[in-house]
Design a protein around this ligand. Sequence first.
Ligand code: P70
Length: 438
Amino acid sequence: MTTPGQRKKALQEAGFNTFLLRSEDVYIDLLTDSGTSAMSDSQWAGMMQGDEAYAGSRNFYNLEKVIREVYGYQYIIPTHQGRGAENILSRILIRKGDIVPGNMYFTTTRLHQELAGGKFEDIIIDEAHDPESEFPFKGNVSLDKLDKLVQQYGAGRIPYVSIATSVNMAGGQPISMNNLKELRAYTSKHNIRIIHDMTRVAENAFFIQQREKGYEKKSVAAIVREICSYTDGATMSAKKDALVNIGGFLAVNDWHVFEEARNMVVVYEGLHTYGGLAGRDMEAMAIGIQESVSDDHIRARIGQVIYLGEKMIDYGIPIVRPIGGHGIFVDAKKFLPHIPQDCYPAQTLAAEIYLDSGIRTMERGVVSAGRKANGKNYYPKLELVRFTIPRRVYTQAHMDVIAESTLRVYERKARIKGLTMVYEPKYLRFFQARFQKL
Ligand code: P70
């Protein structure tokens, strides 16, 4: 725990960017659910069985087997984390001038698509951009938007449709099975692949079980398997759903894509049977994947997020509805209506929450959105602060402290002033940008 004076100093030194705080100065860390979950006793036992051979580690073959069983993808390549898989896949499938439609952008995914010469086009339904819409599947794709792109550019210019389960930037919102089935039918007709960002697929499966007709009695494991079956391949950051501190993979069903990826991975990550990971990391991942599709685990995990969200709603704090899978997303535009988007309301709010109680959250608004290829800022409709909940780490009492702190800031919101950016890095600026108080 820290004093207000210590926090003020720490925040100044961090340039009002929560990514630049030292974790020792943080009391409750809600920066991300990525790599921050607690491993189970089984996973730790698996770590002790690392086969650290350079090539052909037994942990690799176990991981491959588990991915085939749990997700159904045929060929896999481990990578150090999600963006490693995104890099390889984008380089293989995207040609200069290609269009990559997707259900809302994700920062690293879109950047790799752009670096490979592609252009991301958002085809998520309009409801996703409205924090107040209670639509149960705000991760859905608009087939009309996709069809317009196909008419305009031709299917030949679209290497794949990029589909995330539990859409992160929309607030952890799920895509429905029905929408996926329709998308599969449409893309099969036009011979377009679907690539699945499966970082939080189990959380998406839970919402399908809770909300979609016909899935009430199906297990999360069965739903996960069915989701994957409508897609041609996947990139995975195993640091989220799969409960490891580091790791990821690329999975595909097409042998030719696999062959290219298997060759390319040796340039960027490591040999194709370890991809930048230790044998023990692959073992922990294999066990974490199996744990992640347990109904009891996922109910407890999302139950905690919902507990926090309902408390915030009771306090009158504006949050994205319905409550998402991996965290609570506070609507900074509504929270701080007097701060224009150019003065970074979400960045400001994340700084104020830290000042109040030492809770670290993350900006998900105009700073995260970055600039277009032509240098102009993206102005996303959603200007959010993400309170991300690590898995198997915090207690209900922590959730109470978080909601109470947010309420205190809400009560003094009128006196809060915005920020100005004084340092802006070229790539993924939100990680290292610096700000000053206006
Ligand atoms: C987060 C993390 C990572 C992520 C993701 C989805 C849907 C791919 C990745 C990349 C970490 C992060 C990354 C960029 C900005 C802020 C935070 N999301 N797809 O906190 O995976 O990090 O393993 O390379 O959510 O949401 P990786």
